[in-house]
Design a protein around this ligand. Structure first.
Ligand code: MG
Length: 247
């Protein structure tokens, strides 16, 4: 069942989203060569708590950090570590924030220093794919209309969309129904209605869409070890379209 959220609930999620957006903005400034990914984790934790939120990924299903930091071939769920960012890396930063009883979820991918043309294109196509998904998230449309639009756009740019991981509903829990694939036929799944709160998150690979999990039990990497990018926003379906809650 997809829960329709009230105006009051959406206000709380918007507050979580605004804490999250400010945190991502800060992290973007710190994502420079020489910075350890665990330093980004500490900055995120301090900022979220300073803004009266709580890092929603901490201990979620046992996740051992506050945020996910996924470098290069890591698609998602990278664990912050001693690893320093290097010129040419691309780094995906995924943050979850709880504010009182409600959650928001968003991610960005940024380049460190000078990145390859291929990596720059990967980031830009993934960012645009998210906004194409959001444009297709409108009341009366089927859920997979956005899935299809994302896949078409990504593949028309010679890149691939991850199949094994999907976006999701969000509210009092970080992951709620429905699942939101970034691929598939249009016109399927539930019809979108005002009050649905959704985390849309295309994960786009430079090579194969196939992924695997590393021995740490968390890091999802591309099977061919080519780079991957990830962008995510939490949105609410409104009478007119979609409102982004994580900005
Ligand atoms: Mg998510």
């Amino acid at each position: 069942m997809i829960i329709l959220r009230s105006k009051d609930e959406i206000r709380e999620i918007r507050k979580a989203g605004s804490i999250l957006a400010r945190t991502l903005e800060k992290l973007t400034k710190y994502a420079k060569a020489g910075v350890q990914t665990k330093e980004l984790d500490a900055i995120a934790r301090d900022e979220i708590i300073r803004l009266d939120g709580y890092p929603a990924f901490k201990d979620y299903k046992g996740f051992p950090a506050n945020i996910c930091v996924s470098l290069n071939e890591t698609v998602v769920h990278g664990i912050p570590s001693d690893r320093k960012l290097r010129d040419g890396d691309i780094v995906s930063i995924d943050v979850g924030v709880r504010f009182r009883d409600y959650c928001a979820d968003a991610a960005i991918t940024v380049g460190v220093g000078r990145i390859s043309e291929q990596s720059a294109k990967l980031i830009e196509v993934t960012r645009k794919a998210l906004y194409i998904g959001i444009e297709n998230a409108r009341p009366g449309r089927h859920l997979t209309d956005m899935s299809h639009a994302i896949q078409q756009f990504v593949e028309s740019n010679g890149l691939s969309v991850v199949r094994a991981l999907v976006g999701h509903g969000i509210g009092t829990k970080i992951h709620e129904e429905p699942e939101i694939p970034n691929f598939g036929k249009p016109g399927m799944g539930p019809v979108l209605e005002p009050g649905m709160v959704l985390a849309i998150e295309p994960m786009v690979n430079a090579g194969t869409f196939e992924v695997e999990t590393l021995a740490d039990g968390w890091s999802i990497v591309t099977q061919d070890r080519k780079p991957s990018a990830h962008f995510e926003h939490t949105i609410v379906i409104t009478a007119k379209g979609a409102e982004i809650l994580t900005k």
